[in-house]
Design a protein around this ligand. Structure first.
Ligand code: FES
Ligand code: FES
Length: 171
């Protein structure tokens, strides 16, 4: 290993990944530059925009405020871990169907913040949704479409759960 570098091994989106990094490398750069997971965006250099939000051990964090070495041995979920083109996650589906994005730059961070919000509070009020997303700045939508998308995602999740129960009951 090169002098000054450290090996960082992290479970990212369910897959073990490792890379040698500088001790001061930020998690966001580890994800984008070493693992090529470029869905996590960098929108500022002041830790304010939230575009870089990912889940670290289940908690939403701004990945530009965490060192890669701090994630050693942990679990990271990025937007790439939510769903895919064939099978969108209900939150992605909600944003798609309710136009929760315009330029889309903030969207990966917003969606990861929504995942965390709904884990803590599966049925938030509009005010709680707005509060829960305070850490992520969107310059395009005025937030109303984001709120509608989240409310729609909540319905989709409830619908999927009731279908699951229904199918389970019939077996
Ligand atoms: S890039 Fe803006 S908060 Fe991380
Ligand atoms: S959709 Fe453009 S910044 Fe949010």
């Amino acid at each position: 290993m090169e002098a000054g570098k450290r090996k960082v091994s992290v479970n990212v989106n369910g897959e073990g990944r490792s890379a040698e990094v500088e001790a001061r490398q930020l998690l966001v750069h580890y994800l984008r530059d070493e693992l090529h997971l470029t869905g996590t965006h960098i929108g500022c250099d002041t830790s304010q925009c939230g575009a870089c939000t990912v889940l670290l051990n289940g908690e939403a964090v701004k990945s530009c405020t965490v060192l890669a070495v701090q994630a050693q041995g942990g679990e990271v979920t990025t937007v790439e871990g939510l769903g895919n083109r064939e099978q969108l996650h209900p939150i992605q589906q909600g944003f798609w169907e309710k136009h929760g994005l315009q330029c889309g730059f903030c969207t990966p961070g917003v969606m990861m913040a929504v995942v965390s919000l709904l884990e803590d509070n599966p049925n938030p009020t509009e005010e709680e949704i707005r509060e829960g997303l305070e850490g992520v700045i969107c310059r395009c939508t005025g937030y109303q479409y984001i709120v509608s998308a989240v409310q729609h995602a909540i319905q989709l999740i409830a619908q999927a759960k009731s279908e699951e129960v229904h199918m389970g009951g019939g077996s």
